[in-house]
Write a protein that binds this ligand. Structure first.
Ligand code: ADP
Ligand code: ZN
Ligand code: ZN
Length: 737
């Protein structure tokens, strides 16, 4: 709708029109250039909406000069400026670029991890609340109504659910009072401010060893970008110690972020945090509602939220003044994102701290080999807590040699372990049986014809889940009803389960200990995160006697009544060809046996194994962590493997096997010659087919100082491009060698 004035001044207006760079959340190498509409004010960091092809997408006004060479007539205009949202700060923009550079991902794809909540960019919707109408009284007073009116006596407005909670009545009581005209609905502007964690809320008497580490962490704030590794045995009180670092950040008026590897851990963490700081931190992970997500995003940007606890994606929140990151269980593979932008949240946390000059704390009872080496080489400060805070001794660990003392046929638990479970149960303590295998049995086959059930989309066996009556693929989620007859030879009752999963071990336990309360903790049970939280709490409160769990239970939980831990198959992880197998197995088994006797002492761990002489198991049996790290670090150094060498993986995938392999071969032929780099492959990936896509893998190994990203950039820019359905993914520092 143009007016006469627009027509008159149109020329002049066009001349004054400015153009800016806008980074859009798509996989393109650079920012695009857009016109700024008249009257709009933008600056680098401003969040905007722009047309992109036929779509409207979010974007962020970016640093760097726009492309002035483009014909202005061809440029499109920014369609909307989110002026209520805080602009992304320079620190965060630099971090986005750093991550993109490191991972070789498009910067827009990294920006996409920042712009995770579109709702957060809008004005906060008003909050529906109620207030007492002065002088109005209900026709009939009941105890519940009296409680509500009492709560409202100071004249404040409350949300309906907040009021019901505070008064201890059901919401229908409030609705009744509203209907009678005793209360009136009001709208409050946005959310009430978040209660602030109080660094002095509760005092904990740290042990002398803990106090010393806490003091060092506090001192790290003076050094700016220090990285500290708290290397403390399970139960040594690492959480208690890094709480002191959080308190210090709060006292300095800075925000803090705690990264945890597993959502199931947040529940216990929230309660501990509340006890120490008087209120809950904000949560950030995939299970929170969009509304809460938006509130946290806004609160983090405005500074209203002081502490966030979250999964790896929280690293990309737009903090107003982040001053500390804690990475708890820093060794955990869950900190590595494998798809879209493959990045390590632990490593990128260190980068974010470095760019913004604040301290980063890594904590683990079983640090990654990378972090141990970084500490040994002086890049990180390492603080050791060799003893449990409670004074309880570490669990005694024994191997059960399955070749000699194994279970009877068709059973999975050896007599010695069963005896220990019986003792533990009799004395009212808890046992944990650990098996990193979900479902009932890892393989189902036909006894008559040998048919095995394979996923139609992946190169993987289907796993029987007996409670669900299904065969399930653990890689793509495909499932089918458990058949009664063999699909190949039609035999009935010929299908047999091979090997144990947690469900099968639970069956054995229920059979042998019918009086005990057994519980399976596995990430794939129906009910999702909510159920998991509830069941974790049951175990914590001693409401289960024998717990059968997958790796979920190995992660940092504090189960005060847990006395016995039995590892059903200690050899499971060691069978892998992956050079990281030793490290992963050591960490997993040390963590899971570390659940025993944390508070009371007297913990026992049993490892069922066919190779008790294996060095990883020996280090565990001897309680000699340092022996394991020495051995592993030497082996890595000798082989030039990370962290002494650098690695990258290229995954080439497509629905057509020959095309995927052909592309992988063509790419290898185009690899620039460089004596520093070894290119291995193409080889079929460990999982050769996933979701109907065939996968080939190239592995690059280079010395630590080598610019692997530069090499890859050059190669990929000049080599063949994936076309059609082919995909190429770069994974810098892959978890699997
Ligand atoms: P970690 O994270 O090292 O495994 P936690 O921080 O979970 O250890 O502590 C283990 C247990 O010991 C928890 O129940 C914790 O409350 C308790 N604890 C830790 N430090 C102290 C302390 N100084 N005084 C009393 N209890 C402590
Ligand atoms: Zn058959
Ligand atoms: Zn599958």
């Amino acid at each position: 709708t143009s007016t006469v004035l627009d027509d008159l001044f149109g020329e002049a207006q066009a001349e004054r029109e400015t153009i800016v760079s806008v980074l859009v959340p798509v996989a393109v190498p650079t920012a695009y250039t857009y016109k700024v509409p008249a009257g709009a004010h933008v600056q680098p960091g401003t969040i905007v909406q722009v047309p992109l092809g036929s779509r409207q997408v979010l974007g962020c006004v970016w640093d760097g000069a726009p492309d002035a060479a483009i014909n202005p007539k061809k440029l499109k205009s920014i369609s909307r400026v989110y002026d209520k949202a805080r602009p992304l700060l320079p620190d965060l923009r630099r971090f986005v670029e750093w991550v993109a550079n490191w991972t070789l991902a498009a910067p827009g794809m990294v920006l996409r991890m920042v712009l995770r909540s579109e709702e957060a960019l809008e004005d906060e919707p008003p909050l529906a609340a109620v207030r007492r109408i002065e002088g109005a009284a209900p026709d009939r007073m009941t105890p519940a109504r009296a409680k509500v009116l009492d709560t409202l006596s100071d004249g404040m407005a409350w949300t309906r659910s907040g009021l019901a909670g505070a008064a201890g009545v059901s919401a229908s009581v409030i609705d009744g009072l509203l209907a009678q005209g005793v209360l009136e609905p009001v709208l409050l502007p946005g959310t009430p401010p978040t209660p602030k964690p109080d660094p002095d809320f509760a005092h904990v008497d740290l042990t002398p060893a803990q106090a010393e580490v806490a003091a060092s962490l506090r001192a790290a704030f003076e050094r700016g970008n220090a990285v500290s590794l708290i290397d403390g045995v399970t139960g040594s009180g690492k959480t208690e110690v890094y709480f002191e670092a959080i308190a210090e950040a709060l006292k300095r008026g800075r925000q803090a972020l705690v990264l945890l590897p597993e959502i199931a851990l947040t529940e216990q963490f929230l309660r501990r945090f509340e006890k120490r700081f008087g209120t809950f931190p904000a949560e950030w992970h995939s299970e929170i509602t969009p509304k809460k997500r938006a509130r946290t995003w806004r609160g983090v940007a405005s500074g209203d939220v002081r502490v966030v606890i979250g999964a790896r994606s929280a690293l990309f929140l737009p903090f107003e003044d982040l001053g500390l990151i804690i990475v708890d269980e820093e060794h955990d593979a869950a900190f590595k994102q494998d798809d879209r932008v493959p990045y390590s949240a632990r490593d990128m946390a260190v980068v974010r701290g470095h760019l913004s000059r604040f301290p980063v704390v890594l904590a683990s009872a079983t640090p990654s080999v990378e972090s141990r080496v970084n500490a040994e080489q002086g890049r990180y400060a390492r603080y050791v807590l060799p003893e449990r805070a409670s004074g309880a001794e570490l669990p005694e660990i024994r191997a059960i040699d399955m070749r000699q003392e194994g279970p009877e046929r068709g059973r999975w638990l050896a007599p010695e372990l069963l005896k220990a479970i019986a003792q533990t149960f009799a004395e009212g303590s808890q046992s944990l049986l650990f098996l990193n295998r979900r479902g009932y049995a890892p393989l189902t086959l036909c006894r008559t014809c040998g048919h095995r059930f394979q996923c139609p989309h992946c190169s993987a066996w289907l796993v029987e889940h007996r409670f669900q009556g299904r065969l399930v693929c653990h890689h793509c989620g495909h499932f089918e009803k458990m058949p009664e007859t063999c699909p190949t030879c039609s035999s009935t009752q010929s299908l047999v389960a091979c090997g144990p999963g947690v469900e099968r071990v639970a069956e054995e336990v229920q059979d042998l200990f019918p009086q005990a309360r057994t519980l399976i903790l596995s990430s794939d049970l129906p009910g999702g995160a909510e159920r998991m939280k509830r069941e974790m709490k049951l175990v914590e409160d001693g409401e289960a006697d024998i717990v059968i769990g997958t790796q979920l239970v190995a992660k940092g939980h504090n189960f005060p009544k847990m006395k016995l831990v039995g590892v059903v198959d200690a050899d499971l992880g060691l069978a892998h060809g992956d050079p990281r197998a030793a490290e992963k197995t050591f960490q997993l088994l040390a963590q899971v046996t570390g659940r025993a006797g944390r508070v009371t002492g007297g913990g026992r761990g049993f490892l069922q194994t066919y190779s008790p002489e294996h060095p990883v198991l020996k280090a565990l049996l001897d309680q000699d962590r340092d022996a394991f790290y020495r051995m592993e670090i030497e082996a890595r150094q000798a082989a030039g493997l990370p962290p002494f060498g650098r690695m990258a993986a290229l995954i080439l995938s497509g629905p057509d096997k020959a095309a995927a392999e052909g592309f992988a071969r063509a790419l290898v032929r185009a690899a620039p010659a460089d004596r520093s780099v070894t290119v291995l492959g193409p080889a079929e990936a460990a999982l050769a087919m996933v979701r109907g896509r065939h996968r080939y893998r190239l592995l690059l190994i280079a010395p630590r100082q080598f610019d692997l990203q530069g090499y890859l950039r050059h190669w990929l820019a000049n080599g063949p491009r994936p076309t059609g359905a082919l995909r190429l993914q770069v994974d810098i520092d892959p978890q699997h060698f």
